[in-house]
Design a protein around this ligand. Structure first.
Ligand code: 4AD
Ligand code: MG
Length: 477
């Protein structure tokens, strides 16, 4: 390491000092000005170099994308657009970059183009801002739970059970795919596999987190989760990060309160510590929106949306109330929904969720007490026999951002649900044990981290808020 971060130089405002800086050329112009960025901040440091005094061989290498070390004196800027600039006395090329081949040019590239260059796209202003915010959000998550007295637990990534009962998992195996061992029935002999059983990449750390909550009290996991669903949407990834708190002695109401407090906390944190990146993304969002047809435009700006969520309570309604609203809604009566809302018990589609959040209530909504049939086996049954203590949090522009529930703590009820849903109870023996030894009411939820980053940065596609996205037919990089 040799040099000072541009962020700290710009914040210090210590003109007259000599600094050494290192970074990558964003732009250069008029044979004098180099805009240098080192990733520490969205701002470039304007560096003044007399190109005429440079050797031809050095000059050739000052191109967009090249890595330089510059030493010089910090001065009050004579130009507009920046308060200080570096008057360079010494320039060293650390790594040149062939301008004919370097794909990131100082012009607007489409997000689709940049997705193909995922290893370089973080050098753009937009992606570096998104990824800095992602990092700050992630840190704020840990900070929130630490302040609330939670313990961070690391749940396994390789698992034998399907926590969500959705059956869309990636297999983990070391068997030879060209010549797999078969058992007497002619099926794959998993006894010969690495773990001696069939294993998958986990869809959720919840079940193991429950075991830990029933000893440590309040815990959370924050790790990668995997879903092999073939959904090519702007909100689904095959590999994504989930934050899953699990709390002993919490009922559904306590759970909803915590989720709301948590989301508000992390958003506030970003508002106060990512001002410059957010300002840039706010302007970017406004430009993107203005290019859309009027009826598709967001009514609020990005910053406005974040502030709105921070300053307003989430609306809480039951699934049954939501169905009544939807049944009675204009788009339903005019047959504008692709999936008509006709009867109680249907699974809500994203068009229904968006109507509730963006048109009807115009704020984040917590839907709770869903029909048992459309929810996972572990959710606590209500006395009506039909619904479970589930809750989903729906966000404007995003849809579902959180899914959670109070857990079924009664052994017999849980066993019955497992039977009704035709789930293999063998793998769940240890989970059932938790209901035999000191079982207590408990609750938890999962927040999709990329959906939170999407909301905070205003990026329309989830592929643009994770460094190297995994989606169907795409695992490059
Ligand atoms: O609603 P889900 O499936 O809930 C669970 O997995 C529970 N075990 C959580 C818990 O109670 N501990 O997923 C939780 C959240 C969703 O609300 C969504 O934000 C996100 O995870 N999510 C996805 N994000 C990106 N890509 C996908 N394919 C996602 N699937 C779910
Ligand atoms: Mg869900």
């Amino acid at each position: 390491m040799n040099g000072k971060k541009i962020k700290s130089i710009l914040e210090s405002n210590t003109t007259g000092q000599i600094y050494s800086v290192q970074g990558w050329v964003r732009t250069f112009r008029a044979n004098r000005f180099i805009a240098l960025n080192d990733g520490s901040t969205i701002e470039n440091l304007q560096c003044i170099v007399d190109f005429e005094k440079l050797d031809e061989s050095v000059l050739k290498q000052i191109t967009t994308g090249a890595a330089l070390r510059l030493i010089g004196k910090l001065l009050v800027s004579k130009g507009i657009g920046q308060s200080v600039e570096l008057e360079v006395s010494n320039l060293i090329i650390l790594g040149s970059s062939d301008p004919k081949q370097y794909p990131i040019q100082p012009k607007k590239h489409s997000l689709e183009f940049l997705r193909e260059k995922a290893h370089l796209r973080v050098r753009t202003t937009t992606f570096s801002a998104v990824m800095r915010i992602r990092s700050v959000l992630s840190f704020a998550v840990h900070q929130f739970f630490k302040e609330e007295g939670f313990f961070y637990v690391n749940t396994p990534i390789i698992t034998g059970n399907d926590a969500e009962g959705a059956g869309e998992m990636f297999r983990v195996s070391t068997l030879n795919p060209n010549n797999p061992p078969l058992n007497k029935e002619g099926k794959l002999d998993y006894k010969k596999d690495f773990f001696g059983k069939e294993t998958k990449l986990t869809v959720s750390g919840q079940l193991e987190a429950e075991a830990y909550a029933l000893a440590l009290g309040d815990v959370y996991t924050f790790g990668p989760t995997f879903r092999a669903e073939n959904s090519n949407t702007t909100r689904h990834l095959a590999e994504f990060w989930m934050i899953e708190p699990e709390m002993a002695f919490y009922d559904l109401n306590d759970n909803m309160n915590l989720a709301e407090k948590f989301i508000t906390y992390v958003l506030k944190n970003v508002l106060s510590s990512c001002e410059k990146d957010l300002k840039f993304l706010d302007e970017r969002f406004a430009k993107e929106e203005s290019a859309k047809p009027q009826h598709q435009r967001s009514e609020m700006g990005l910053l406005e949306k974040i502030q709105f969520v921070v300053n307003n309570d989430f609306k809480r309604i039951t699934y049954t109330e939501a169905i009544a609203i939807l049944k009675d809604s204009k788009p339903n009566k005019k047959k504008k929904f692709q999936y008509a809302v006709s009867e109680w018990g249907i699974d809500l589609q994203s068009e229904h969720e968006r109507f509730l959040v963006e048109k009807y209530f115009n704020c984040p909504v917590i839907l709770y007490d869903y029909p048992a049939n459309i929810k996972a086996f572990y959710m606590r049954r209500n006395d009506d026999g039909k619904t479970v203590r589930a809750m989903d949090i729906l966000f404007p522009g995003i849809g579902e951002i959180v899914g959670g529930s109070q857990r079924e703590e009664r052994l017999e009820v849980l066993e019955q649900r497992i039977k009704e849903m035709d789930i293999d109870a063998k793998e769940l023996w240890w989970y059932l044990d938790l209901r035999k030894f000191g079982s207590v009411p408990h609750s938890g939820f999962g927040l999709g981290f990329e959906r939170l980053v999407q909301f905070t940065t205003g990026m329309g596609n989830i592929r643009d808020v994770i460094p190297f996205p995994r989606t169907p037919q795409n695992a490059a990089f």
